[in-house]
Design a protein around this ligand. Structure first.
Ligand SMILES: [Zn+2]
Length: 115
């Protein structure tokens, strides 16, 4: 499996990879499979290099750094996005938050919590 294939499989599984102080993290944790985890370990360095490149992405119009993966997908910051692109960005962020919220709720339930 190439790194590109692996990254698209990770994305298809609804998992977001995050580079935090050069450590590779992912969320939601409960979506990770042993197979994907093993593939990530195998390609760890290449993935980090790829993510580090993404995090240095800048707006193609004004040159601002793009922090949101949603903005990086479009290549322009939210100030330079067209109205349609901005609506799309908001929708992607909403889906992401909804997945996170559901994962947290499922984990709380699993742990026997009530809130
Ligand atoms: Zn911009």
């Amino acid at each position: 499996m190439t790194v590109t294939e692996l990254l698209s499989r990770i994305q298809a599984a609804g998992i977001t990879l995050i580079l935090e102080d050069s450590r590779l993290r992912y969320r939601p944790v409960d979506r990770m499979t042993p197979e994907l985890a093993a593939a990530i370990r195998e390609h760890r360095e290449a993935i980090i290099t790829r993510l580090a490149g993404n995090s240095a992405a800048t707006c193609s119009k004004c040159g601002r750094r793009l922090y949101l993966p949603e903005s990086q997908a479009i290549g322009r910051c939210i100030r330079c996005q067209s109205e349609a692109e901005f609506v799309d960005t908001l929708a992607r962020i909403k889906i992401h938050h909804e997945r996170t919220r559901r994962a947290v709720a499922a984990r709380v339930k699993e742990l026997g919590g009530t809130r």
